[in-house]
Design a protein around this ligand. Structure first.
Ligand code: SF4
Length: 178
């Protein structure tokens, strides 16, 4: 009561009840070296994020008020993105398990991308259908298909659809539509 009167903290929820420990705490957002705008990786809503970086390490992620999509808001999942970035168990290398192999092996990213591209081209070529039995043009392949996940946003879906359609695939789907 005395502290309330002295500090003018009428409701008793301000400085009169703040511990020394709480007073010594500083928000991570105020000590960051810089703030980077980003997009939440979890779902196709694509909420805007502000990523706070200190000593080249992500220390906090908040909603971005400048985002026309989310206007500063993040759902609980998006608000926990910092845990995704800094999780001790986060896999940061490409792992490949060859057919019939028991163990995974590490690959560098460019090798993995080359392997995917080679398989894509080979499957397209091996299953190309130029025309049906009556000679009507098909110009398609049933050897490749695309199934997008719900984390893929509009722009990525647009590019995936464009790539696969241009390659002759007709089986192009997204998890959100199934
Ligand atoms: S997971 Fe939540 S915060 Fe992230 S984009 Fe989706 S709705 Fe937004």
């Amino acid at each position: 009561m005395f502290r309330q009167l002295r500090s003018g903290d009428v409701t008793g929820r301000g400085p009169s009840v703040t511990s020394a420990k709480t007073r010594a705490v500083t928000p991570r957002t105020s000590t960051a070296d810089r703030v980077v705008q980003s997009v939440c990786p979890y779902c196709a809503v694509g909420c805007g994020q502000r990523v706070f970086v200190k000593d080249e390490k992500v220390v906090q992620i908040e909603g971005d008020p400048d985002s026309p999509i989310s206007r500063g808001r993040l759902c609980p999942k998006g608000a926990a993105s910092e845990q995704l970035v800094n999780a001790a168990g986060r896999v940061t290398e490409v792992l490949y398990r060859a057919p019939k192999a028991k163990d995974w092996q590490k690959l560098d990213l460019s090798t993995a991308l080359d392997m995917i591209a080679e398989r894509f081209i080979e499957a397209r070529r091996n299953h190309w259908e130029d025309a049906d039995e009556e000679g009507r043009p098909l110009r398609r392949t049933m050897g490749i298909a695309s199934l997008g996940g719900a984390t893929i946003d509009n722009e990525e879906n647009y590019l995936a659809k464009k790539l696969f359609t241009a390659a002759g695939a007709i089986q192009i789907e997204n998890q959100a539509r199934i």
